[in-house]
Design a binder for this molecule. Structure first.
Ligand SMILES: [Zn+2]
Length: 78
């Protein structure tokens, strides 16, 4: 069984579709059981979707604010 830390560490691979089937299945299984990780993956996905549009508009301050948010979330994760 994967741990929450494993999900956090591989979440970007998951969103990139860069995972083999076994890993994907284990991740999905964990997400079914763990609402913390579900929320984390959802937030990360929303963020990744937003970034391409932000590139032209976002200031450095806005970007670092977002990064801070991610890091603080990672820090709080069990
Ligand atoms: Zn979890």
């Amino acid at each position: 069984m994967l741990k929450c830390r494993d999900i956090v560490n591989t979440a970007d691979q998951l969103l990139d579709g860069d995972m083999d089937r076994r890993q994907l299945l284990a991740t999905k299984m964990h997400l079914l059981l763990c609402r913390h990780c579900r929320r984390y993956v959802r937030q990360l996905r929303a963020l990744l979707c937003a970034i391409p549009f932000m590139h032209k508009k976002a200031s450095d301050t806005e970007v670092s604010k977002v990064m801070e948010h991610i890091h603080s979330h990672r820090g709080n994760h069990p």
